[in-house]
Design a protein around this ligand. Sequence first.
Ligand code: PEP
Ligand code: MG
Length: 575
Amino acid sequence: MSFILQGIGVSEGIAIGHAHLAAPSALEVMHYLISKQQVDKEISRLNNAFSVVRGEFEALQNSVSDGPARAEFTAFLDLHLMILDDPTLSDAAHTMIAQTLCNAEWALSQQMQVLIAQFEAIEDAYLRERKADVVQVVERVLKAMMGHPGYLPVASKHTGDSILVAHDLSPADVMHYKQHQFVAFLTDLGSLTSHTAIVARSLNIPSIVALHHAHQLILEEDYLIVDGTQGIVIVNPDQSILDEYRLRQGQLELEKKKLKRLKSIAAVTLDGTSVDLYANIELPEDMQQVKESGATGIGLFRSEFLFLNRDDLPSEEEQFEAYRTVATEMHKQPVTIRTYDLGADKNLNDAVQVATNPALGLRAIRMSLAEPKMFHTQLRAILRASHYGDVRILIPMLSHVAEIEQTLQLIQQAKDSLKDEKKPFNEHIQVGGMIEIPAAALRLNMFMRKLDFLSIGTNDLIQYTLVVDRIDDTVAHLYDPLHPAILWLLSHIIQSANRANKPVSVCGEMAGDKRFTRLLLGFGLQQFSMYPAQVLAVKDQILKSHLPDIVPLVRKIVKSDQTDKIKSLLTKLNS
Ligand code: PEP
Ligand code: MG
């Protein structure tokens, strides 16, 4: 049967291929049969994993310190211990192993599905939602059994044209799937600027999120057309539609090829204004794409991705090697390393999420300052890499000037320790700050005075100004880069920085969206940082832009408080 699903396209392009469904659990588990002789061993493997997780929960219970979240956290742990000890979970899995000779992971995930179905039938909404706790507990047991990350090779028959269909993917999941040759990603949840979408975009393959029921409606092996630009999926299309999309796919390839000719041309507007186009990366492995893009620097190295999908912390040496690789490969062009922005939707493996509003909680620089030892390790690694190129430090999520002062002190301590050890580093390393919290944008001067440069994180700036969770698709329609308040803030930050001669860039998703290139140019922006795959399209737009024509229109846009008028002026600006 052919049908169409609509979601939010987060990465452009067309992909055609076969569906491969990710397991509903965040972990893909191996399915295999065991012999009768192995049953006892398999059951004890399962029991051991339950004991490990019980031990983890008990240790967590003992470590809860007094504080406002104590009661909530303890209740959460009690509930998870109760689920863990409930015989309907473990006993049923034992029986399944013994009777059907399936492996322990398979048995447990099947029993989880049975329990989920039972929870879904409950009328009481609160109790129904407790199925999420069952999933979390089971995932923990599965992890304990397999050793994290616990992902297994994705078994799809169609290597080369597989489209991953998942209910939800965390940023860490997407990182994991980076190694697999998927041609597109589809998820039921998510929104345009969720980190999951951002990582999917970095893979430069069509992706659609917020499809709601794709994981239920699409079957393994279904043939799919994914139109990442329009945000639509056509399931089992007719031949005529398939032909039409193949034609469009060919045209897009041609357009991409044409853009490649711009790679070594400088990004200069028609009136002679020079613009820096930098790349956003997550890992040193992204450098190949950076080289192909013609980007002239790294505007944002999201260093926290070095910390994901693992049980230990990356050592100073490992981080140093990663940062040095990027610095060396960029040949003295700027490399802006953002200190880890962990927390919210990017968590360390052993972190237990207790905050009610994690995006407002212990995230980014707040976490770094709360964990000075871990921060010290990173600062030393960045400083050591600064000897090999134009490395800069970028502090995420600043809301108080004191955070800059404390960070500068910690940087000084890291410098002193390196000096004692006679390890070389750039004494004059530049330290910049992300402007992504309205407080920093509104009182920019006091932040600017203490920083060498600014980088505007529009993804969070929009989230925190409009109070719209960037990962929640139910409010995605309210997430509006063209909201008059956002436009005013952006114009204010860029113009204030320019007046103060403070270099300023935009490294949020707006910088890579060519619909906003002229708008940002009109605000006075001359540094854009984006995914490598977006650089050439943005450059194309810059080469065709004439600032004296743009500026008056952009002024009108900022003055307007009518959404329709803003949209029509933007269309005019881009025509
Ligand atoms: C941003 O907030 O715009 C940004 C670039 O940082 P991140 O998306 O990693 O939060
Ligand atoms: Mg941010």
